[in-house]
Design a protein around this ligand. Structure first.
Ligand code: Y39
Ligand code: FE
Ligand code: FE
Ligand code: FE
Length: 230
């Protein structure tokens, strides 16, 4: 059962809520900033899709501004140091792949894993958000579906030659996502976002994406199992 903020009587002004929000809001702001940078790097790696990718990068920087406003609205200062550390694993792997020209790995990290993480988090947040943040997040999540779609379409077109690299990149990066989810679970719970709901939504989005790209159900089961124990 989806719970809504009005039923839960969440106190958005309590110190406990604001403390948890200082980390979750920072994660989202840092995530949007890194997504902006990642799409600019992808635009350089994929000259044929440059215009589209620059357009996506601009959407990410708008998202960042929206979430900064959400923090200000609750008089919370985001803990950006915590957030940088939170993203360090995926950030490092994206940078390494980009330096090696591994476009498929870069797309898996940003356009599949990070976008599915964002979609799950924003879907779960919307019903329990304050009115200001809800309106912002509703606008943002629509964009994130289009970013996921970009990755799906590209990888589906290039599936045969990308399959092995996708499996390898999944093996290295999916366990990092489970660690990130575990790290943020307590703070998310304070915002009335349950870890089980986040995991469920993430797996649905990610599994659907892998299916759209061309993986079989059997492949998806095998790939999804990586890092579940992280
Ligand atoms: O593509 C995007 O805009 C993604 C960068 C944003 C990622 C946001 C990550 C959200 C995780 C929040 C975890 C809260 C429980
Ligand atoms: Fe960077
Ligand atoms: Fe975004
Ligand atoms: Fe995005």
């Amino acid at each position: 059962m989806q719970q809504v903020a009005a039923d839960l009587e969440i106190d958005f002004k309590s110190e406990k809520y604001k403390d948890a929000y200082s980390r979750i809001n920072a994660i989202v702001i840092e995530g949007e900033q890194e997504a902006y940078e990642n799409y600019i790097q992808l635009a350089q790696l994929l000259p044929d899709d440059k215009e589209d990718l620059i357009r996506l990068s601009k959407m990410e920087s708008r998202h960042k501004k929206g979430f900064e406003a959400c923090g200000r609205n609750l008089q919370v200062s985001p803990d950006m140091e915590f957030a940088k550390e939170f993203f360090a694993g995926l950030h490092g792997n994206f940078q390494k792949a980009a330096a090696e020209g591994k476009i498929v790995t870069c797309l898996l990290i940003q356009s599949l894993i990070i976008e599915c993480f964002a979609i799950a988090a924003y879907n779960i947040y919307i019903p329990v958000a304050d009115d200001f943040a809800r309106k912002i997040t509703e606008g943002v999540v629509k964009d994130e579906y289009s970013h996921l779609n970009f990755g799906e379409v590209w990888l589906q077109k290039n599936f045969a030659q990308s399959k092995a690299e996708l499996e390898e990149a999944n093996r290295h990066n999916l366990p990092i996502v489970w660690k990130m989810l575990n790290q943020v679970a307590d703070d998310a719970a304070v915002l009335a976002m349950e870890k089980e709901a986040l995991v469920e939504d993430f797996m649905i989005q990610y599994g659907e994406a892998l299916s759209n790209i061309g993986f079989t159900t059997r492949d998806i089961m095998r790939m999804s199992a990586y890092g579940l124990t992280a």
